[in-house]
Structure formats: C-alpha cells, structure tokens
Design a protein around this ligand. Structure first.
Ligand code: PEP
Ligand code: MG
Length: 325
C-alpha cells in the first residue's frame, strides 16, 4: 500500500472534471475513509439509512414509549437507556451520524436527504409494525414529503429537524445542506418549507440551503414553479425512471425495461436542467444513472449538469473519464 501522503498528493494533482463530482454515502462509519477519494462533497446521504443504523427504533415508538405494552416498552428501552430520554436518544444519535459525515467532508457541501422511508421499510424498525399502515403500493404511498406534512408524523419529523438543527447551529457544521425527497405537488412543497421553518430550519438562515429531489415527472414538468421555493434540484433518476416508464424498480421481471437513457427520461432530465439554469439554481443528479452508465454521465455533462453524485466505487473512474475527455 502507498503511504497516505503519496495518495493524497496524487489525488490533488488529478485534472478537474467539467462538472462537480460528489459522492453518495450510505452510513457514517465509512465517511472519513471515503472522504479521501477525490470529491466535491456528498450529494446524497439518505437519512433513513442513518436512522436505521444509529437509532433502529421507530420514532413514534420512542415518542410514545410510555403508552406501549410492557414487552415492546422493554425492547425500546434497551436502545435508549444510556441517554436522558428516548427523544434525546434519537436526536443525539442522528446528529452524531450526520455530523460525522459533515465533518469528514467539510468544507465541501454535504447534502442530507430527509427521511424517505416507505411504510414497509419503516415497519422493520423496532415498534414500526404498530405505527405503519399496510399499503398495497408503498413505493407510491406514504413516503417522502407527504409524511412531513401529515399530523400523524409531525412529531417524528420534528425529531429529524431537531437533529439537523443541532448539527448546523450547535455543532457549527454549516456545510450541511438539506434535501426534500418525493414531493408530489407545489402545494406540498410550500407546506414542507413552512414545517421546516416552524422547526427552526428556515431556508437562507445561517446559510441554510434547501433543495429538493427531482424524481417525480411532475417535478420536471412544473420545474419552474417548484424552484420558486427551493435552492435547486437534485435529480433522482431511480424514481424518475420508474415513474416515467412505469417500471417497478424493484421487480426483476421488468428490469429489462428500466433504462435511465430512454428518450422520455432524457427529455425530463433536460427539462429539469434547463429550468434550474433559467432560474440560476443548483442542478445535480444523485440517482444511480451516471454511476451505472458512463455514456449517461457524459450526456449529462454535455447537457450542463452542475454536479453528479456517484457511488464511491465509480468516483475515480468517472472523474478520470470526464476530466480526460
Ligand atoms: C432516486 O430515486 O434516484 C434516489 C436517489 O432516491 P432513492 O433511490 O433513495 O429513492
Ligand atoms: Mg428516490
């Protein structure tokens, strides 16, 4: 193995690609190791992964701990006992996870996406079964922004917000930016921005940037209207492809029809990029598309994408390919 300083110097000398290469990060434990790959920050850290790993308990089970049946109460208690309260357990553990990532990549931006658990995923957390609805189509159901504005989930979302606020305002890691997933309508976005502000996360305050995922066709079609309320888009090509082509992204039976390079998907990608450029706002992509398809990465650069957030294992290869074109 080469000494660390040699690797660092070699990476510093790498030519810069024409678009910012960022990284998608799973959980905090690998943040410091991966931060040594060439990067311009983290374009997507999924908060549901962080909550799963750092907390493992459904937030409502923590909040309603006193009302739970004894057996479940005992299960929940095993998790938070070292903390002053179940609530504090959630906030500190999530803040710690997010802060680890933000610190590892500072001063580059770290975009943390607020939770996008589907109901079937949330049900797997301790106590989750009790609170989650059984939906026929969780992928199209109670996920993303729709939770943040629902009464049922308000207190749980407030915990997420408190954790984000602690990282930015108390720990001073203001390179943390927020992203809102799966926003169906402009009205829903306006309501989410208001809920965030009510929870102390006001867009623009202390430099807080709030962007949204562009991952539902409505987002690209009505891009200008959505962009009035946020600092930009990050394209979620996984959901955008699924919803544009009507292909279940999790079904092996139709996987052959899933292609981010389909002309219909490219049309929507182009619309999103144009709208952000016209509004002078951030436009990135954080879905799998450019990690899986080098030709799509090149297409996106030519089309004017501002940043590309890739799987860590494709970062160096894509960086070199784009820089040396
Ligand atoms: C996407 O939809 O492209 C995306 C990045 O979000 P997720 O894969 O978590 O749905
Ligand atoms: Mg998505």
């Amino acid at each position: 193995r080469l000494p660390f300083e040699v690797v660092e110097t070699a990476l510093d000398a790498m030519p810069e690609p024409p678009t910012k290469i960022m990284m998608n990060l799973g959980t905090p434990d690998q943040a410091f190791a991966l931060s040594h790959l060439p990067n311009r920050g983290v374009g997507l850290a999924r908060l549901e992964f962080i909550i799963n790993r750092q907390v493992g308990v459904h937030p409502r089970a923590l909040l309603e701990r006193d009302l739970l049946p004894a057996a479940l109460q005992q299960q929940v208690d095993e998790h938070w006992q070292a903390y002053p309260s179940p609530r504090e357990f959630f906030i500190s553990r999530v803040a710690e996870g997010v802060a680890t990532i933000a610190a590892a990549f500072a001063p580059e931006p770290v975009i943390v996406r607020l939770s996008d658990f589907k109901s079937n995923e949330y049900a797997n957390l301790v106590g989750g079964d009790r609170y989650e609805p059984r939906e026929e189509n969780p992928m199209l159901g109670y996920r993303g922004a729709s939770r943040y504005v629902s009464e049922d989930f308000a207190e749980a979302f407030a915990l997420e917000c408190a954790a984000m606020k602690r990282v930015r305002d108390d720990m001073g890691l203001t390179n943390l930016e927020l992203m809102v997933p799966f926003v169906r309508t402009v009205g829903e976005l306006e309501a989410v921005i208001q809920v965030l502000a009510d929870n102390g996360l006001k867009r623009g305050e202390n430099g807080l940037r709030i962007i949204m995922m562009c991952e539902i066709p409505s987002n690209a079609i009505s891009a200008a209207a959505f962009l009035e309320h946020v600092d930009g888009f990050s394209i979620g090509s996984n959901d955008l492809t699924q919803l544009t082509l009507g292909v279940d992204r999790d079904s092996a039976l139709v996987a052959g029809s899933f292609d981010e390079r389909d002309p219909a998907v490219l049309t929507l990608l182009g619309m999103a990029i144009d709208a952000c450029q016209a509004a002078g706002k951030y436009i990135g992509i954080c879905g799998q598309g450019p990690s899986d398809h080098p030709d799509l990465a090149e297409w996106l650069v030519d089309r004017g994408i501002g940043s590309m957030s890739l799987n860590p294992d494709t970062v160096v290869e894509t960086w070199l390919r784009l820089a040396n074109r």
